[in-house]
Design a protein around this ligand. Structure first.
Ligand SMILES: Cc1cc2nc3c(=O)[nH]c(=O)nc-3n(C[C@H](O)[C@H](O)[C@H](O)COP(=O)(O)O)c2cc1C
Length: 286
């Protein structure tokens, strides 16, 4: 399946059956971990998949909303050293893996980690930076895409797609993408004319803690700027994972269809009238 469809089909599954993932698929995933795209190649990471019983207690103790860890037959652990943007990098890698699993028919859910535990170890020491539940959701599994939206067919089509696949409510894309300056909302024609509407759409479909959707995008001619809105309900760790996941979806769609996208982390140092509760996370040429 193409990346836009995978990003659309993915959803968080929280009820897993006991059905095991067969050895061949475990091997396919393990091989895939070695090929995952990264935001920053200089950050050392290591990804493994473990059975439920092999999840170390120290990780069980730091995972899940309010300490409630979703029960799953498998967990994927992304270990990383601590370097600048290592959390976004883990979000990027994790979304790559999740879309690979979506393609394989394996269900998943990101699980939050206690921020202070991710940060506490000395920089060079590997620490778990991403945690993903994996298995088969049975009747809760990924929905089928009923109506594939065709961009250019107008806003009504966009609405139809939204109702059928957004298992959790998403902000309107037109409230998330600005043109030239923060707050200057895009019109549907701006998105269609940009040629990368589906990439924005895929970014918006990324997972985010408590579904807070912290992403805002500024399309400034040939540059896309990712702005992250700070949030009283989620922490910086969670926002950075969500940022990485959205960046992956965006880059995957553009790279598959048009040209390879490389996100640059940090501020672009242009004046976009960014409000106080927002921060520029990254930007890329398009
Ligand atoms: C950083 C991060 C942490 C998350 N932590 C949890 C969690 O601990 N428990 C949970 O049930 N869902 C968790 N989620 C999943 C979100 O709740 C989910 O992505 C969001 O509600 C949107 O739903 P969707 O993924 O089905 O589109 C997390 C997602 C992210 C990105």
């Amino acid at each position: 399946m193409d990346m836009a469809t995978l990003a659309d089909l993915r959803k968080s599954v929280r009820n897993f059956t006991d059905t095991p993932i067969d050895e061949k698929s475990i091997q396919e995933l393990t091989d895939y971990f070695e090929t995952c795209k990264k935001l920053k190649d200089d950050i050392k990471t290591k990804t493994v998949i473990v059975k439920k019983d092999d999840l170390p207690d120290e990780i069980k103790d730091i995972g899940g909303y309010n300490g409630f860890l979703i029960e799953a037959p498998y967990y994927i652990l992304i270990f990383s050293e601590r370097k600048s943007h290592f959390i976004e990098n883990a979000g990027y890698i994790g979304e790559d893996i999740i879309l690979k699993m979506t393609d394989m028919g394996i269900d998943s859910c990101w699980i939050t980690l206690k921020e202070e535990k991710v940060l506490e170890k000395p920089e060079a020491e590997m620490r778990v930076t991403g945690l993903i539940a994996a298995g088969y959701g049975g009747k809760y599994r990924n929905p089928k895409l009923i109506n594939k939206m065709i961009w250019g067919n107008g806003y009504d089509n966009l609405k139809i797609q939204k109702l059928e696949t957004d298992n959790e409510v998403r902000m309107d894309l037109l409230d998330m993408v600005f043109i030239g300056d923060y707050g200057n909302k895009a019109e549907i024609d701006d998105l269609i004319n940009s040629g990368i509407a589906e990439a924005f759409y895929a970014a918006r479909r990324a997972p985010s803690a408590l579904n807070r959707q912290p992403w805002r995008f500024i399309l400034d001619r040939d540059v896309v700027v990712l702005v992250i809105k700070k949030d009283e309900y989620t922490n910086i760790y969670e926002a950075k994972i969500a940022a990485g996941a959205a960046m992956f979806n965006f880059a995957a769609v553009v790279s598959e269809r048009l040209f390879v996208v490389k996100w640059q982390m940090g501020d672009i140092n242009r004046n976009y009238s960014i409000p106080e509760d927002c921060v520029i996370a990254a930007y890329c040429g398009v």
